[in-house]
Design a binder for this molecule. Structure first.
Ligand code: SAM
Length: 341
């Protein structure tokens, strides 16, 4: 297929294109399975399930894999977790990551707990876009959902990101019936006062989360209907680097509203994602346990070309679609925190 010589081999015009002709140029990386919150809807985070430290990819290992990915056409990277900002050395790692040739977009998903005190370091590292998960505007509910009384700290973190000029700041809101469904309008209303992109995410019934997976799920069309009391939602055209969110804007609003239809409208046909798990597995679909191991070959001293083969193999297994539906929890072998959401 291509000539192997040393680790710096050229990978001529190889692209990560799967058998359904989808070009995979987006790598989401979980850099740790540890988290400082215990969100009820995320996969359970029992201490005994945590990966031992030596099983987690080291920063330099991740950087090497990203360099290989970039030579195969990866141009967009998102750092996630677990909570990425609790990982030791993360800011130096981000600085190295954003220097990698070929990456047009490097972003971060965080729960925002550590944002306020570290926003300058994130900015200096070259990160321009962040997503902050915040499912409620109520301090008490925040505590109920996450297990920690940290709402104020997260909000201050979001404000400090705004002051530092991060744009857009996306606020990820998992829509949860009986938990935050009474707040959807208030949350959407933030887009009038702030330039934030509010993204309502349909809850994915992953089998091991702590919430009732058999109840009625709050789907994007219903959320859209409910928040229409704020005005007409005007569609926003998608940009070239956009993810699966359907984008809208209220007339006169500074920010936007997005919907991620994980259940109600599968976006698999436009999926451009690969995921690198904290333990060094390459996963072509969030909801399929088919994974290719990168850590083993990496630690055995394989050449870049051999690691590139692993990327190609993972891509060749990418399923056409997932079959996630309401009321039927799927069991995935990895935890959300290790896979990265
Ligand atoms: N700790 C970071 C955070 O809280 O944003 C990054 C990791 S978290 C696993 C990444 C994203 O996955 C978050 O926006 C979270 O809300 C989302 N997520 C986790 N479990 C989910 C589920 N069952 N359904 C939908 N989204 C989920």
């Amino acid at each position: 297929m291509y000539k192997r010589n040393d680790g710096l081999i050229k990978l001529p015009n190889l692209q990560l294109i799967d058998k359904y002709d989808r070009r995979l140029n987006y790598l989401r990386i979980s850099i740790t399975d540890r988290c400082n919150l215990r969100c009820t809807y995320c996969v359970s985070d029992d201490l005994h399930q945590r990966l031992p430290h030596k099983e987690i990819l080291r920063h330099e290992e991740i950087l090497r894999l990203v360099r290989i990915g970039a030579r195969l056409g990866i141009s967009k990277v998102r750092i996630t977790g677990g909570e990425p900002l609790i990982r030791k050395g993360v800011y130096d790692f981000l600085s190295e990551l954003t220097k990698i040739k070929g990456l047009a977009d490097v972003s971060l998903t965080t729960n925002g707990i550590l944002l306020r005190d570290n926003i300058e370091k994130i900015k200096s590292a070259g990160i321009k876009r962040i997503n902050v998960s915040m499912d409620t505007l109520s301090r008490q509910k925040y505590k109920n959902i996450t297990g920690h009384d940290m709402f104020d700290q997260v909000w201050e973190g979001i404000e400090s990101a705004q002051r530092e000029g991060f744009n857009p700041i996306k606020i990820n809101v998992v829509a949860l019936n009986g938990i935050n469904d009474d707040e959807l309008t208030d949350i959407a209303e933030l887009s009038f006062s702030y330039p934030f992109h509010i993204r309502f995410i349909e809850y994915m019934p992953i089998g091991t989360s702590h919430i009732n997976n058999t109840g009625k799920h709050l789907l994007a069309p219903e959320i859209q209907e409910r928040i229409k009391v704020l005005g007409e939602l005007i569609p926003v055209e998608k940009g070239i680097n956009d993810g699966p969110a359907e984008r809208y804007k209220f007339k006169g609003a500074q920010g936007e509203i997005g919907f991620i239809h994980a259940l109600s409208k599968h976006f698999c046909n436009e999926c451009n994602r690969l995921r690198l798990t904290a333990s060094g597995k390459l996963r072509a679909c969030l909801l399929s346990d088919s994974e290719e191991d990168l850590k083993g070959p990496l630690r055995r001293g394989c050449l870049d070309s051999e690691l590139a083969d692993v990327f190609l193999r993972a891509v060749s297994h990418k399923p056409h679609d997932h079959n996630l539906v309401c009321n039927q929890p799927v069991m995935v072998a990895g935890r959300m925190s290790a896979i990265g959401g």
